[in-house]
Design a protein around this ligand. Structure first.
Ligand code: ZN
Ligand code: ZN
Length: 54
């Protein structure tokens, strides 16, 4: 057992348990697109994006 968590690459908060399929960075559940399996920085157009990048 132990603290096997990392810091989120987006918000730098502890509890990053997901890894982006594109960049491989650890992100927290809030910054992870469960549908695409990538972080919010690499996710396609959809709800939750700060900018409407299309
Ligand atoms: Zn985060
Ligand atoms: Zn990513």
């Amino acid at each position: 057992m132990g603290m096997n968590v990392g810091l989120c690459a987006v918000c730098r908060s502890p509890g990053a348990i997901h890894s982006c399929a594109l960049c491989g960075k650890l992100v927290c559940p809030r910054h992870f697109q469960h549908g695409a399996g990538v972080c919010t920085q690499h996710a396609g157009p959809g709800p939750g994006l700060p900018h409407g990048v299309r």
